[in-house]
Design a protein around this ligand. Sequence first.
Ligand code: G3I
Length: 324
Amino acid sequence: MLYGAAATKTHLSNDAAFAAAFAAQCGILVPEVELKWDALRPTPDTYNFGPVDWLQHFAGAHQMKFRGHPLVWYQSLPKWFDTYVTQQNARDLMLTHVSTVVGRYARKVHSWDVVNEALDPNEKRPDGLRSKPWVNLIGPDYIDMAFHAAAQADPNAILVWNENHLETRESWAQAKRDAMLKNLQERLKRNVPIHAIGLQSHLPGTSPTFSYPEFTSFLRSVSDLGVKIIVSEMDVIDSDLPADPVARDQTVANVYYDYLSTVLREKSVVAILTWGISDRYTWIGGYKPRQDNAQARPLPLDTSYQPAPPWNAMVRAFEESSRT
Ligand code: G3I
């Protein structure tokens, strides 16, 4: 079983103690921001590969695998995108991007998030897709085109459809799971090379058990299609949990243990990644701040890069799943 995490070049290159802790814990690394279009595409004709190259070398130098995230996403698009991209040039722009980026790292990448957060059932489209911007610009087959282009550029990489909110109990999350399965069935039938799904797994700290039939049967249905599963961005959002750090850590640890014990029952789960590894560097503090401004504690290592209760809970779940 592969375990790893997201990180930025800024943190790994400027904080040696963090880099050492990251390398000691992880078997795979994914860039948190450097492969997104706003960071990678300063202009329609240029690529800023430097930070990605650095991260790929760092992974290689520390015997870690490397995965890419994301090739086609509706967010983090560059300032020039809305004025430059039209229905006439969008298809070529997207395909050139996918071929160029995947081609550059061919045979050096474990897996690619080819599309990210492409579903939005709230839009009520029959296919459950998010329309802006890629469906509006290219059509619903932009997904097929992106996967075929990625497979051509690197036939070895695991190609992933990465999604959020597939884990939770809300009615719209069930609509998302249904849309995910429907898209997989229809696209696999026409030989679109979708090898795996990414369960982002940004887990609410207040979650009851994840071992509930709608979710476990979804995981089984995905596996029955011969599709692998990657837990791609796991963390536990502790913004609404009580302030006491000891109690909060224990609740966060319990959510990790419950979630991992549930998903690891599926043999098609091939990798587990957390979105960051230390509470010192997490998106949650900025995006989901606590009312009391207390330090967020969503990850396995504390702000001094020491294992915290979530780390122990993850180890217990891995050992009990005998997937170590
Ligand atoms: O690097 C620039 C810096 O030069 C500038 O001064 C600063 C102020 O605008 O912005 C910096 O870029 C920020 C970047 O993080 C690096 O810190 C972007 O504004 C900010 O939007 C970006 O946030 C990232 C976000 O995705 C959007 O790309 C988060 O760090 C990252 O954790 C988050 O990750 C997403 C996954 O990709 C998809 N799933 C959800 C997950 C969490 O939102």
